[in-house]
Design a protein around this ligand. Structure first.
Ligand code: G1P
Length: 293
């Protein structure tokens, strides 16, 4: 079954980016000249998924507005003949239909996904955490396209994983896998940000998932954690037991823009590749690296 819908939760508070995120949602923080969320949206478009479901929280209207018409600005750019800029803000509307849903309480990722149930219905769907920036080669399928292809081939839920450096296990959802060969592997269970030593697995979730309707009963069955949050990883453990989940690695670079360092790295990498400023930025970097820090 072809995947028609992708979900991006955008309800988090982004405390790690204060004071910047006091009034600007983290999804709108720019990586060079594009809001962070746009990188995931382009992944979705490149996977030929026509609909995006945004799970927005309070104070996130600028994320919703980003995908809407901006009459005044578009009129001004049109009159000034700045067609490239005009198209850069107009194109996105033509390429994806956006549906916005409110998550009225901050009850965790599992709860955010459950908020999309009424719009998703019985269809399979992609889920992307937009603070994970995936940069692949333009000629390769996008990260989420890789997962939707696997779903189409197997009919099973699919998640992407990477080898977490020792010491970072408690920053990620960690999955236990039936290892062997080069994958994809069957998921045995998932654990959200385990303390060091709790699991021997180093397979971390990279924020790209494909699920079908079977995830919803699992999300309804789980209990909140000690912080009152419903964890998607708990529902994944149930789903793995009941219907199976596949885990696969992805090719390409991934930047974890949940924290300042990953966000800065993503900026540097995208600046290096940028058609307008890339060459000058590379020159600056070379000159800067030659001097002491
Ligand atoms: C979330 C997920 C976690 C995943 C991580 C990176 O964590 O809950 O399982 O490994 O994204 O994609 P959070 O953004 O809440 O720190």
């Amino acid at each position: 079954m072809k995947i028609q819908k992708a979900v991006i939760p955008a309800a988090g508070l982004a405390i790690r980016f204060l004071p910047a995120t006091k009034t600007i949602p983290k999804e709108m923080l720019p990586i060079v000249d594009r809001p962070t969320i746009l990188y995931s949206v382009e992944e979705i478009i490149r996977a030929d998924i026509p609909e995006l479901i945004l799970i927005a929280g309070r104070d996130k209207t600028s994320v919703e507005d980003y995908f809407d018409t901006s009459y005044e600005l578009e009129e001004i750019l049109d009159r000034a003949g700045k067609m490239d800029l005009l198209n850069s803000i107009r194109d996105i509307r033509k390429r994806i239909k956006v549906i916005s849903i409110r998550q009225q309480e901050a009850l965790g990722l599992g709860h955010a996904v459950l908020c999309a149930e009424s719009v998703i219905g019985n269809e399979p769907f992609a889920l992307l955490l937009s603070d994970q920036i995936m940069i692949g080669q333009p000629e390769q399928p996008s990260a989420i396209a890789h997962l939707t292809k696997l779903y189409a081939e197997t009919g099973k839920a699919v998640v992407s994983v990477f080898q977490v450096p020792t010491g970072d296990v408690s920053k990620y959802g960690i999955v236990d896998l039936k290892e062997g060969g080069t994958g994809p592997w069957n998921v045995i269970s998932a654990l959200e940000k385990p303390e060091p030593g709790v699991t021997a697995s180093r397979w971390g979730l990279t924020g790209r998932y494909v699920f079908d309707k079977e995830i919803f009963p699992c999300l309804r069955a789980i209990k909140p954690d000690t912080f009152g949050e419903y964890q998607l990883t708990d529902a994944m453990t149930l789903l793995a037991e009941r219907h199976g989940i596949l885990a696969t690695t992805l090719v390409g670079d991934r930047f974890d823009a949940r924290d300042k360092l990953g966000f800065l790295q993503a900026n540097v990498e995208m600046a290096i590749r940028h058609p307008e400023v890339g060459a000058a930025f590379q020159e600056y970097l070379r000159e800067r690296c030659a001097r002491a820090f």
